[in-house]
Write a protein that binds this ligand. Structure first.
Ligand code: TRP
Length: 353
């Protein structure tokens, strides 16, 4: 079992929570956009990284899609570990393994106007991608942000780094936290969204409308787990402005990137020569990931152990929060009141008289 090091300072670190739906492997765009900063924030924050499998069910509830989860869940945990997420610092957990989150989601639903959900562009977008029209939109998809609010609030998280489309969901979590605190008791810190850096990384492959952004659904990604030959082969498909966009995104030194881009634009740097430099820069990023990935993969059962440990820890946190919520709302006193009377009756009946 992985040891969890206690923070040496007395002041508790702010909690950070973020994560991904396990729909497939993570790619270079994820690395530059969000994964690198997650790794960097592991020391300054207490990090919770959710593998949001329940959220995948909002658009993919079919049996066959659920059957893909074991593989996708494992892949995403391996991606996180390979980029340098350290399970002794960060809690990686499986959302569906924390049932207290559903309890919390039900209670939070009472405080979220349905009209706020219906007007969200993010939900319309997810429905569109999944080919679901308005008539058939499930309550689960409409309630996607409610479940996300439960994720965030169960951990009493303060900082939520997300992609731009998810900022509105964090806002809903913040509003519901504020309302809850006013109505019942001060249980939740108010979570704040933080927009992840948008990497100006286009997709690989032929030109086309989907080429402007690397994305899984467009099938134009360089995956973190791709072998070196595959990465090189993919990079060699780039030309023109997309090739320059890669140069700008991948060279740490902006002066160097700018000089290269300028040379390429002026025709002084050939595509082939630029490819070789890009391949080198990309390999400098991906080679250490590949090494860590191989080490985690070679250790049979380690990935599962890390996820189980993290999920157990998330359960503890979630139950503690749920308990406070039930107490604040009067549900726990309701139950305790019943128990008290029933207990008294049982005692009285055993009494000889
Ligand atoms: N909605 C996120 C996504 O687009 C995943 C997610 C689920 C999440 N719960 C979260 C992100 C809580 C941040 C906080 O994949």
């Amino acid at each position: 079992m992985s040891e969890r090091s206690e923070p040496s300072t007395t002041a508790p670190k702010a909690r950070l929570l973020t994560g991904d739906r396990p729909t497939g492997p993570l790619h270079l765009g994820h690395l530059l956009g969000s994964l690198q900063s997650r790794v960097a924030m592991q020391d300054s924050h207490e990090c919770f990284l959710i593998v949001a499998d329940l959220h995948t069910l909002t658009t993919r509830p079919e049996r066959e899609r659920i059957a893909e989860l074991p593989r996708n869940v494992r892949a995403i945990v391996l991606d996180l570990l390979s980029v340098g997420i350290d399970p002794s610092k960060s809690t990686i957990y499986l959302q569906s393994g924390v049932p207290a989150v559903y309890d919390l989601a039900i209670l939070l639903q009472m405080l979220i106007p349905a009209s706020h959900l219906r007007s969200l562009a993010s939900i319309a977008q997810m429905a569109k991608i999944a080919g679901v029209d308005d008539e058939r939109m499930s309550l689960g998809l409409l309630g996607y942000p409610v479940l996300q609010a439960a994720d965030i609030l169960m951990a009493r998280a303060q900082l939520i780094p997300v992609g731009g489309d998810n900022l509105a969901h964090v806002e809903i979590a913040r509003e519901v936290a504020q309302l809850f605190n006013e109505m019942y008791a001060d249980v939740f810190p108010l979570p704040e969204g933080q927009a992840s850096r948008v990497p100006m990384l286009p997709g690989i492959g032929p030109d086309g409308p989907a080429a402007s952004k690397m994305s899984k659904s467009a099938g134009n990604t360089i995956n973190l787990g791709d072998p070196a030959e595959v990465v090189a082969q993919k990079l060699r498909t780039l030309s023109g402005s997309r090739l320059r966009a890669f140069i700008d995104a991948l060279f740490d030194d902006p002066a160097q990137a700018e000089a290269m881009s300028a040379e390429h634009r002026a025709g002084q740097l050939s595509d082939a020569a630029a490819h070789e430099q890009l391949i080198q820069a990309t390999e400098a990023l991906l080679a250490p990931l590949r090494e860590r990935r191989a080490a985690f993969e070679a250790d049979d059962g380690l990935i599962e152990e890390i996820l189980v440990d993290g999920t157990i820890r998330a359960r503890e946190v979630a139950y503690a929060t749920l308990q406070q919520v039930r107490e604040a709302m009067g549900l726990e006193p309701l139950w305790k009141g019943l128990i008290d009377v029933a207990e008294r009756r049982a005692l009285a009946r055993k009494k000889p008289y």
